[in-house]
Write a protein that binds this ligand. Structure first.
Ligand SMILES: Cc1cc2nc3c(=O)[nH]c(=O)nc-3n(C[C@H](O)[C@H](O)[C@H](O)COP(=O)(O)OP(=O)(O)OC[C@H]3O[C@@H](n4cnc5c(N)ncnc54)[C@H](O)[C@@H]3O)c2cc1C
Length: 372
């Protein structure tokens, strides 16, 4: 039987676990357990690093917008803008996109063909239509992650790496959790936070908690050297139908086929077929020569069944808190998500950052089915 020596044991030190632990640490004794030998090895270290108001759909917009100020104030955003490209045959999709985001608070506007050509040099003629998102920005992902890890250090959060949690056991008489690592070492905590990314369901099972169906999906990115060199002021360029995106990065291009391949939780690796698909689509959009594929990587984006993130206590097992399903928006939503969850865990009121967010929308209770 462990002591309740920690108020919270947070499992996972990606952006989710680190941001939430940092927020909790102002008021609580926090332990963070990370399976890898350093934080950020999985999804967090593999992102495409953009903050895009529309990304993830209208249900994610409140979290993204609420995070914007914190990210700007911290110097983590660099303006870029985003162009969602369409051809004549995609006009219905373009209109649907505009309608979907009409009353969500994002800023979007149509571009003329001339404006498209000015923003995306060498774009092929058939890409005649586009929606422009002026607020889209690059995020300094490593900087943001380090910022939260630094707060953790300053506030004496205990971070253990090479510490894979193998078993979680709750003692009903005290309500305390025993958190046992693969190594056999055991910690005690009053509450457990599941910030295990692609492993969120596996971690729940290790604690006798019913999984929610958090599904890891592989996404691939390739870094290309192109001729002429990718201009620094090129916007993020996305297909309105979700077939690709690309953006410049230090004179190179980051290109993704926007793939979403179901995967087991694992150390994801890129497949040649997905890189080839990305290049084929890219060549249909712009008339640039690809000189070299310098680097390729893949990571897992994890989605709940309704593709909204899951923040909240498990519906059945007390003291088990879900902070999972961050999909493709876990970096850009991190500040508001962590603040929102910390306020719930600490019993604090909403503040200026979170007052416009409807917390129930993200609660695990939404998956509870009642028998008729
Ligand atoms: C290619 C790609 C591009 C992306 N682009 C963007 C983007 O532009 N903008 C954006 O906002 N988001 C983007 N994302 C999504 C973003 O990266 C994720 O939403 C975010 O990183 C999820 O953070 P996390 O902390 O939940 O997961 P992770 O970073 O995967 O962290 C989870 C951690 O939990 C640990 N863990 C798991 N099980 C255990 C256990 N049993 N014991 C101890 N530790 C455990 C893992 O080792 C891991 O370090 C992208 C993702 C990918 C893959």
């Amino acid at each position: 039987m462990p002591d309740g020596s920690y108020d919270f044991a947070v499992v996972g030190a990606g952006i989710a676990g680190a941001s939430l632990a940092a927020e909790l640490s102002a008021h609580a004794k926090v332990l963070v357990l990370e399976a890898e030998d350093a934080p950020g090895y999985h999804a967090t270290g593999r992102s495409a690093a953009f903050w895009d108001e529309c990304y993830g759909g209208p249900g994610v917009v409140p979290l993204t917008l609420a995070s914007g100020q914190y990210l700007r104030d911290g110097g983590f955003l660099t303006p870029r803008g985003a162009v969602h490209l369409a051809r004549d045959q995609d006009l219905a999709a373009l209109s649907e996109f505009e309608q979907t985001f009409a009353d969500t608070g994002v800023t979007i506007e149509r571009l003329t063909r001339e404006q498209i050509a000015a923003k995306v040099p060498h774009v092929r003629d058939e890409w005649r239509h586009a929606v422009w998102e002026p607020a889209c920005a690059d995020i300094d992902v490593a900087g943001l992650h380090q910022h939260y890890l630094k707060i953790m250090r300053q506030r004496s959060v205990d971070l253990a790496c090479c510490a894979r949690v193998a078993k979680l056991k709750r003692y009903p008489d005290t309500g305390l959790w025993a958190v046992t690592l693969e190594s056999g070492e055991t910690y005690g905590a009053e509450r457990v936070v599941n910030a295990a990314g692609a492993w969120a369901d596996a971690l729940a099972l290790a604690g006798g908690v019913k999984p929610l169906g958090i599904a890891p999906m592989r996404r691939t990115v390739a870094q290309l050297r192109v001729s002429p060199e990718a201009p620094d002021d090129l916007p993020l360029v996305l297909d309105i139908n979700g077939g690709f995106y690309f953006k410049p990065e230090n004179g190179r291009l980051w290109l993704s086929p926007h793939d979403e391949i179901p995967s087991e939780p694992c150390d994801a690796a890129p497949e040649e077929i997905d890189v080839a698909r990305a290049i084929e689509r890219f060549e249909a959009v712009v008339d640039w020569q690809i000189e070299h594929v310098e680097r390729r990587w893949a990571g897992l984006r994890s989605f709940a069944p309704d593709r909204l993130p899951v923040y909240g206590y498990d519906a059945e097992v007390p003291g088990f808190y879900w902070f999972a399903g961050q999909g493709g928006f876990g970096i850009q939503t991190a500040p508001a998500a962590a603040r929102l969850a910390a306020q719930e865990l600490l019993g604090l009121s909403a503040d200026a950052m979170t007052s416009g967010i409807e917390r129930a929308r993200y609660a695990p209770q939404r998956f509870v089915t009642t028998d008729a």
